[in-house]
Design a protein around this ligand. Structure first.
Ligand SMILES: [Zn+2]
Length: 149
């Protein structure tokens, strides 16, 4: 009891991005555990999920820097008719991309934990430190322009 039990290890599901918390049955194969459920293991093989990831990245790339998209836009891009069925898969694709560092999931303009958020989300390009790097990049380009011009 003293000090309580240490937190169990966890890692994100390779499909839905939600945390998988260590269980005793995985004692010998924890490193190989990639999915939180059989449903996620099966779903990962569907090409549609990769399409959603590509749609999210493409939509974000089209926006001006710092602008965000709604996951439903990616769902509509993949299937204009059946996009509602793709809402949860789109959110899962967003989790995967966020966990890979490709995008940020935000609520109210603030990044949230991709594994545990609840409620409506928006997606934007991963932070490239708009304040630091952005300004620095602009300065570099300015100098370069001066030299060339
Ligand atoms: Zn899962």
């Amino acid at each position: 009891m003293a000090g309580g039990s240490p937190a169990l290890p966890s890692k994100p599901c390779a499909h839905c991005g939600r945390p998988i918390v260590w269980r005793r049955k995985w004692e010998r194969c924890w490193d190989e555990v990639r999915y939180c459920s059989d449903a996620c293991r099966r779903a990962r093989k569907s090409a549609r999920h990769d399409s959603l990831e590509r749609a999210i990245l493409a939509l974000i790339a089209e926006r001006r820097p710092g602008a965000s998209i709604c996951p439903s836009e990616a769902a509509r891009a993949v299937s204009p008719e059946a996009w509602r069925e793709l809402m949860e898969p789109a959110r899962q694709a967003a989790r995967r991309l966020a966990l890979a560092g490709e995008i940020l999931i935000t609520q109210g303009g603030r990044p949230v934990d991709p594994g545990t958020f609840k409620g409506p989300i928006r997606l934007r390009a991963a932070a490239r430190r708009d304040e630091d790097r952005g300004v620095e990049d602009a300065d570099v380009h300015g100098v370069f322009d001066d030299v060339v011009g």
